[in-house]
Design a protein around this ligand. Structure first.
Ligand code: UT7
Length: 332
């Protein structure tokens, strides 16, 4: 029997309609379009305006888009994994509700949280289930309603984040395509630089924590930037070396969209031509768990069967890493 590899066989995505532009942010905090564009590459982001809807809404829409485009029967899905930092509720897992809503009635489901690396780590988990032969269809979704945890009076964070979701289906491949290698890292030193302090077991939510705005994202941007630039470039270089990939061999860099300058630094270290670097940060900002699958969805038509893709991400925790995949299909 041939070795089983884990390939992405379908993608889908969803972003809400409401556009929050740099111009509008200028009216909320002391900032300007020129600063945001030159420091981050972001021009606008999407926001889920409906207060009655959480991350599950985005995840369901992305999964439904994938199901409609690929014609798969949701009842055949074995596992629904949801990478998210903004679950609908601390308990119960959002993935479980999503699975039921999309008709994945025979699946089990759970959430996976690793800040901006949630989707990357989820790829590793999904691939391992497929490679082991245990499951045949694993739906991995990355979704975040970042606007629910952002302080729109804090210019250090509100200019960066947006809402969005993407989904991919992992299935067995017998031609050696799909998942090839991973180099995943984490370091607890990061927890003081990017966090939501309150609302967990260490500091449960109270009147004081709300008054102190500790239920919002706090980021020491400069420090995170420093670690992200070296971290993402290091792992991307490492995975190329380990797999004897030259810059010519790499067809696409699929990097977490946190800051255009971090993406550029990673591409530079890899020696990649700009044309191989996927970027959509200008449209969506940093959607946390949504960035990688949103890139796949936006650029799917350009990928060719056998193309070498390097995924890279860096996020709170710190969590970071890279994954090497061979693309498994041509889009008709
Ligand atoms: O996805 C998870 C991982 N997250 C990241 O990778 C994000 C990493 N960090 C970053 O992307 C960048 O650090 C930021 C975009 C958050 C900030 O850019 P920066 O170039 O590191 O700016 P800075 O924090 O060093 O601030 C430079 C100056 C400061 O003013 P002074 O002290 O030099 O007078 C800030 O007060 O820019 C000021 N500033 C702003 N000015 C206009 C900070 N935020 C803003 C703003 N608009 N929104």
């Amino acid at each position: 029997m041939n070795t089983i590899t884990a390939a992405i066989t379908a993608v889908g995505a969803y972003v809400p309609d409401f556009v929050l532009s740099n111009k509008v942010l200028e009216t909320l905090v002391d900032t300007n379009d020129e600063w945001i564009t030159s420091r981050t590459g972001i021009k606008e982001r999407r926001i889920l305006k409906d207060d009655t809807k959480g991350t599950s809404y985005l995840a369901i829409k992305a999964a439904e888009d994938l199901i409609a485009k690929s014609n798969i029967n949701p009842a055949e899905i074995d596992l629904v994994l949801l990478g998210t930092t903004t679950p609908d509720m601390p308990v119960a897992a959002t993935a479980v509700y999503v699975a039921s809503q999309i008709g994945a009635v025979n699946a089990f489901a759970y959430d996976l949280q690793a800040a901006c690396s949630s989707f990357l780590y989820g790829m590793s988990t999904a691939a391992a289930y497929i490679e082991s032969g245990r499951y045949k269809k694993v739906l991995l979704i990355g979704a975040d309603k970042m606007s629910s945890i952002i302080d729109y009076t804090d210019r250090a964070t509100c200019i960066i984040f947006g809402d969005g979701a993407g989904a991919v289906l992992f299935e067995p491949n017998y031609e050696g395509l799909g998942f090839q290698d991973q180099y995943l890292r984490s370091d607890g030193i990061g927890r003081e630089f990017l966090k939501i302090e309150a609302g967990g077991s260490l500091l449960p939510a109270s009147k004081e924590t709300v008054e102190n705005r500790q239920h919002y994202v706090f980021q020491d941007g400069k420090t995170v930037f420093k670690y992200a630039v070296s971290g993402m470039a290091d792992v991307s270089e490492k995975i190329m070396e380990r797999n004897n990939l030259t810059k010519e061999d790499v067809n696409w860099l699929v990097a977490h969209q946190a800051n255009k300058r971090i993406i550029d630094a990673t591409a530079h270290r890899m020696g990649l031509d700009e044309s191989k670097v996927l970027v959509n940060i200008q449209k969506y900002g940093n959607t946390t768990s949504g960035t990688l699958p949103l890139l796949l969805n936006d650029f799917e038509k350009q990928f060719k069967k056998g193309d070498n893709l390097i995924f890279a991400a860096f996020g709170g925790g710190f969590t970071w890493g890279s994954i090497y995949m061979k693309w498994a299909y041509d889009k008709q």
